[in-house]
Every structure is written in structure tokens, then in C-alpha cells.
Design a protein around this ligand. Structure first.
Ligand code: ADP
Length: 377
């Protein structure tokens, strides 16, 4: 009967949430060949049911030509955006239960980070990425619960470029071309509102005290903010497209819920982090700004890897202070927080070296939990 079906679904969902509690999960996604690249041979030879994959280098022979990696899940080229989100959804629900959640997109430029997080085209819902589906769910579930919990939702958006944090939602007095006031009519009261929030009830989960916190009530509000943020991200960049792949962007959705019966407050936040491209820059080619950017990116990505693997190893010392990114996310990495990292693979042969280093990074942040992760599978 349908009743039993619902029960069963709830049980499955509950198990999934339990499974994710406190865990660091690593999902690998393989990008398909793009039109025009279709005559290439894929370096991904095999994807197993249990999160295993085999990478081949067709230019080599024998044992050296193959490597097997193992993650929580591996998604092949035919997996849809909907299927990707289905394995992410339990985390989103837990934000409304008061957990801090980080979702990272890692990979070399062009490997599909933006595709997973945002999608290729905002006008078609079928291809919406994790960001939009997550926000839709957050608002949907909070409405479902409105009889017992009253939720308020706030958004922050920052970028980290060369170890400097910049607020992407600054309102006025800034040199930004796209101030909030150009889009949101309630913006004049925003400064006051932000101050109130800060004075009265600290939001937790992100350590950027002076970044704007914008109240939102529906997915469309957040989409508007994201559009402003994206535009602001590009302003001042020497080469517009480059900039976005050379900086980390962090969209944070803060949730504050008041239980109507007990009057107690719960807080959770969701960080959606689009990391800078992980590709190593050829030292002989990079000079000046480019070299500086590359060094900052390398250092901050390896600092992130160090923090996550220290957490997974339950090390007494977690090196949060080694990068801005890990400082900013400190309250949301470790403790009861949940982390999901999507690592992205470009299957082209000429990306083989980057593919291996991406998978090694992913292995480093996940393998320590292998015992637990494997028994969960
Ligand atoms: P990144 O953000 O890592 O630089 P993008 O997300 O921009 O990479 O992806 C590069 C190109 O590949 C884009 O044209 C994108 O639409 C396409 N692409 C990435 N992943 C997929 C996928 N899973 N299915 C179809 N096209 C994809």
C-alpha cells in the first residue's frame, strides 16, 4: 500500500541522513566529451557500482597504465542533474535540522564544476544544478514545517582571491558596478537589518563578520543575489572568464528556526563552494600576477585538503589557520558539520595528468575514512 511505501521512503531517507552525519563524503563525477571532442578516447575505463573507478593511460602499457580509485560514489557521463541531486538532498534537509553543511566543487577548469553546482542554463529546470535544487528544497521544507518551526533565511556571498576575502554583495560606498540597491527594493533598510542581526543573535558557521547578510524569502531572491554576486565577481578582473576560475566563491545560506512550542532557536547553514580551478600552472610559463595567483590557489587547496584529512583522521590539531578558505569555513568543517566534495574529471587524454592529481587529492580527503565509508556502502 501507499502508506507502507511512504514509511519505507522515510526509513531510507532517515538512513541516508544518519549515514551522512559527521561524515566527509567524496563523490566523483566524470564529464562527458563535448561536441567536437567526440573522437577522443576516454581515460575513464571503468566505473563500478560501489564507487570504484579505473583510469587508464592509453599511451602506456602494463601495470603502470591503470589505476583504481574508490570513493563514496562515482557518477558516469550519463548521470543526470536530478540523479546527482538525489544523492545530495539528505544533506540539505539536515541544514534545517540545525547542521552546518559544506558542499565543495573541485576540479580543473573545464571539468564541470559550474555544471554540477549551477547547471549550464538557468532557463531550463531539467538541467538546474545542485545550488538551485537545494534552495528550492530549503524553502519548500521550511514551509512544510511552518506549523511547528518558523524559519528565517539569510544569504552571504564572498569570494577569496589571492588570500583576500571580498564581499560580493556589498551595497553602497563601494566600487562595485552592481550594488544590491539596483535590484532589491528593500535594500535601503538592509544595513540596519544586518546590524540588528549581528548585535542580537550571532549567526554561526562563517567567520566573515563584515560581509552582508541578506534576508531572503524565496528561491527567486537568492537567484537575484547570485546574479549580482556573479557580476561583481567579474568586475575588476583583467580577463573576465579567467577571474572566476582563479578565485573561490562561497555562497552561504544561513537558516534560523524558532520552534513555536519551546521557543528554542536552531541554526544551520549551507555553504556552496565553487573552488578555483585545481590545475597546476607550468612554472616556466607563469610569471607575475599569474604565478602569484597560482601559488595562492595551490596553497589554499592543499590547506583545505590538510584540514579535511586531519578531521577524518580525528587529529587533535586541525590546521584551519593555514588559509583564508579554511578560516572562513572553520565553524562548518568538523564537529557536527557535514562535508560533501564533488570532484570533477575531464576524460580527455590530454587532461590525464590533472585527472590523476585530482583523484589523488580526492583520495587524500576521503581514504582515511575508508574503513567506515566502505562498511556503509
Ligand atoms: P568548470 O566550472 O569546472 O570550469 P564547466 O562547468 O564550465 O567547468 O564545464 C565545461 C564545459 O563542459 C561546459 O560547456 C559545460 O556545459 C560542459 N559540461 C560539464 N559537465 C557536463 C555534463 N555533466 N554534461 C554535459 N556537459 C557538461
Amino acid at each position: 500500500t501507499s502508506y507502507h511505501k511512504v514509511l519505507e521512503e522515510n526509513r531510507l531517507l532517515y538512513n541516508q541522513v544518519q549515514d551522512l552525519k559527521g561524515a566527509i563524503r567524496v563523490y566523483c563525477r566524470v564529464r562527458p566529451f563535448l561536441p567536437g571532442q567526440s573522437n577522443g578516447q576516454s581515460t575513464v575505463d571503468y566505473i563500478g557500482e560501489n564507487g570504484d573507478m579505473m583510469i587508464v593511460n592509453p599511451l602506456k602499457h602494463g601495470r603502470d597504465s591503470r589505476r583504481v580509485f574508490s570513493f563514496n560514489k562515482v557518477f558516469g557521463t550519463t548521470v543526470t542533474q536530478e540523479q546527482i541531486y538525489a544523492d545530495t538532498q539528505p544533506l540539505i534537509r539536515s541544514v534545517l535540522d540545525g547542521y552546518n553543511v559544506c558542499i565543495f566543487a573541485y576540479g580543473q577548469t573545464g571539468s564541470g564544476k559550474t555544471y554540477t553546482m549551477s547547471g549550464p542554463d538557468l532557463t531550463t529546470e531539467d538541467t538546474w544544478g545542485v545550488n538551485y535544487r537545494a534552495l528550492g528544497d530549503l524553502f519548500h521544507i521550511s514551509k512544510e514545517r511552518s506549523d511547528s518551526i518558523k524559519y528565517e533565511v539569510f544569504v552571504q556571498m564572498i569570494e577569496i582571491y589571492n588570500e583576500q576575502v571580498r564581499d560580493l554583495l556589498v551595497t553602497d560606498g563601494s566600487n562595485r558596478r552592481y550594488p544590491l540597491s539596483s535590484v532589491l527594493s528593500y535594500v535601503s533598510s538592509l544595513t540596519r537589518y544586518t546590524l540588528d542581526i549581528r548585535n542580537n543573535s550571532q549567526m554561526n558557521g562563517i567567520n566573515v563578520p563584515d560581509a552582508f547578510l541578506v534576508p531572503v524569502t524565496c528561491t527567486q531572491d537568492v537567484l537575484d543575489l547570485m546574479r549580482i554576486g556573479q557580476k561583481n565577481r567579474a568586475v575588476g578582473a583583467t580577463a573576465l572568464n579567467e577571474r572566476s576560475s582563479r578565485s573561490h566563491s562561497v555562497l552561504t545560506v544561513h537558516v534560523r528556526g524558532r520552534e513555536l512550542v519551546s521557543n528554542s532557536i536552531l541554526r544551520g547553514c549551507l555553504h556552496l563552494v565553487d573552488l578555483a580551478g585545481s590545475e597546476r600552472v607550468d612554472k616556466s610559463e607563469a610569471v607575475g600576477e599569474r604565478l602569484k595567483e597560482a601559488q595562492h590557489i595551490n596553497r589554499s587547496l592543499s590547506a583545505l585538503g590538510d584540514v579535511i584529512s586531519a578531521l577524518a583522521q580525528k587529529s587533535p590539531h586541525i590546521p584551519y589557520r593555514n588559509s583564508k578558505l579554511t578560516q572562513v569555513l572553520q565553524d562548518s568543517l568538523g564537529g557536527h558539520a557535514k562535508t560533501l566534495m564533488f570532484v570533477h574529471i575531464n576524460p580527455e587524454l590530454n587532461a590525464f595528468g590533472e585527472t590523476i592529481s585530482t583523484l589523488k587529492f580526492a583520495e587524500r580527503v576521503s581514504s582515511i575514512e575508508l574503513g567506515a565509508a566502505q562498511s556503509n556502502k
